[in-house]
Design a protein around this ligand. Structure first.
Ligand code: FMN
Length: 181
């Protein structure tokens, strides 16, 4: 695929087949992810490849939070969904004092996230970026071994082979392009 086709056909995948993704494809995607632009070469990212045990603990913690806010049925539904996610990658960004540098570092991490998703997509692997509230929960940080004073979550990325075709849409191009003389 031409790069524009990879970019335009990538879709957020909500349901995955239970088939695991070869490690080599994930490592290749992370290698590409870290070639994202990053001002001052801060390389603010860390990619955590989350194994089954920790993934299950995160899914349980997420269900526990949902049980309190949305009730048992919703919590049970999400627990089953999260436990079925074949691959888990957590992308974190280093915290820095300077607010502008922090924005730049977060922007760099978002570029890395897109590289990661596109590299996998080019190999037929779908992803879903999640910023669920559990990714800001102290217990979540304990489970993944991150000091929340040092780093924050950019997103939890589930990856796998899509169980169905996914679609999305965008508004008209003219609405977002403006020429300034
Ligand atoms: C920062 C960020 C956070 C996101 N968080 C979620 C999320 O928590 N749950 C979800 O279903 N999708 C999430 N998404 C995916 C978007 O909903 C998705 O990109 C959007 O619907 C457009 O669809 P597409 O990715 O197929 O183009 C997130 C995307 C971004 C960029």
């Amino acid at each position: 695929m031409h790069i524009d086709e990879i970019i335009r056909t990538r879709r957020t995948v909500h349901n995955f087949l239970p088939r695991p993704v070869p490690d080599a494809l994930v490592h290749q995607a992370i290698e590409s992810a870290r070639w994202a632009p990053n001002h001052k070469l801060t390389e603010p990212w860390e990619f955590l490849l989350i194994g089954k045990e920790t993934a299950a603990a995160i899914a349980e913690r997420n269900a526990e939070m949902l049980r309190e806010s949305k009730g048992e049925a919703r919590a049970a539904h999400k627990l089953a969904r999260w436990l079925s996610m074949p691959g888990w990658m957590l992308l974190t960004c280093r915290r820095v004092e300077d607010a502008f540098r922090q924005e730049e570092d977060y922007a760099a991490c978002c570029c890395a996230a897109q590289n990661f998703m596109l590299s996998l997509w080019a190999q037929g692997v779908g992803t879903k970026w999640s910023t669920s509230p559990v990714t800001r929960d102290p217990e979540f940080f304990r489970l993944v071994g991150i000091d929340p004073d040092e780093r924050f979550s950019v997103g939890l990325f589930w990856y796998g082979f899509a169980a169905e075709e996914c679609s999305s849409k965008r508004g008209a191009l003219v609405d977002v392009v403006r020429r300034v003389p």
